[in-house]
Design a protein around this ligand. Sequence first.
Ligand code: ADP
Ligand code: MG
Length: 452
Amino acid sequence: MTNQTWGQIRENLLTTVGKNNYTNWIEPLEFSQLDGGVATFLVPTNFMGNWVSRNFGDHILHELSKSGEKVTRVEFSVPDSAVMAAPKPRKAEVGNKANSEAGVGDVPGAQLDSRFTFDSFVVGKPNELAHAAARRVAEGGAVTFNPLFLYGGVGLGKTHLMHAIAWELRKRSPELRVVYLSAEQFMYRFVQALRDKDMIAFKQLFRSVDVLMIDDVQFIAGKDATQEEFFHTFNALVDQNKQIIVSSDRAPAEIDGIEDRIASRLQSGLVVDLHPTNYELRLGILQQKVDQFSTQFPNLVIKEGVLEFLAHRISTNVRVLEGALMRLFAFGSLVGREITMELTQDCLADVLRASDRKITVEEIQRKVSDHFNIRLSDLIGPKRVRTFARPRQIAMYLAKQLTARSLPEIGRRFGGRDHTTVMHGVRRIEELMQKDSQIADDLELLRRSLEA
Ligand code: ADP
Ligand code: MG
């Protein structure tokens, strides 16, 4: 393997690790040698080596083997002083820039993804509040809530919204110093500044920004010194009435290992969460992506029902959804065929399998009893009146459809009923679905809410 082939292989990592990670951790790696199955990369510091090894080692190994290199292990080493004479400068590094010629113009932010704008953000019920809050902050002007704390599960658009705010602010007020970075990068820079005995410059730098955005703040939980520094930065900025925007995968109070005073600081502004996507939002996002891609792949035809199918089946997160669509496009254009249901199922078999969320019988029972406004005990219990029996059959039907449980297993969860009873119930609903549109609607609603 040469440095050049590594350069090509490296590109593939861009999609797996994301642009920020790529710029910060992958790009600076310098391929050194491949010997006896061990690929060695040069890194500027041990810290970085450990970091990359722990977080991206497997990805790198995987990409290397995928492209046919005989590699069993990857190692990262700091060049010894002889080689050190001309270390590859870290692009994203602030350390030495900050202390000397840096001046105030140098803002230690990460790069923004040009795709993450408000224009490309699809708004739906699950994210409308977060979106509105982000819009509000992006308008600039007087700081009304500080910090804005956005939280939600992975892939729901936190980073997208933060970048969108940054783009918008830069457009409206180019004079503002808007800094976006992940908590991980914040820590990295902090550690670096400590090591380089550069703390004063670090502090000055972070205290001189107008808008500070820290992504994935849960990351600093348990990292005491970084937390401490973050806390001081935070307070200094709030005191100057500078806007802070923070994201996390969970609510402030639920971040384990974060100090109470920091948690309470974090929730002192506006806390909004991004809810898991629903079917409509997923479909909207897919449609928007199709519009975007269609300039890239002008001849591609997507058959009716494919997007709906994807929105139905891939409910894990938007990133997976996007990845799936990308793959479909790439595949469709490669083989020059229109994208049919069949192609979709072939091409995405693994994604579809992996994203099959495990819906439980208990969940179904709860949803169904809520939906029909009856007690769970009546749904499961022995009473045979129609008001209980029909919902019960619907629940059995859904259990059969949406879980991997066998008929006897389902029977057991419905008060120890026999599997033939379950079978009868399932068949009954199948019949009714055809002629009773009310039942069909109920089923569709329940299925959606269970799969959401
Ligand atoms: P998070 O930071 O919450 O883990 P991201 O912001 O990185 O998630 O979003 C993951 C991917 O999904 C990104 O490519 C983003 O553009 C896309 N995405 C998420 N939500 C939306 C949305 N509402 N509209 C358009 N794209 C979205
Ligand atoms: Mg993110």
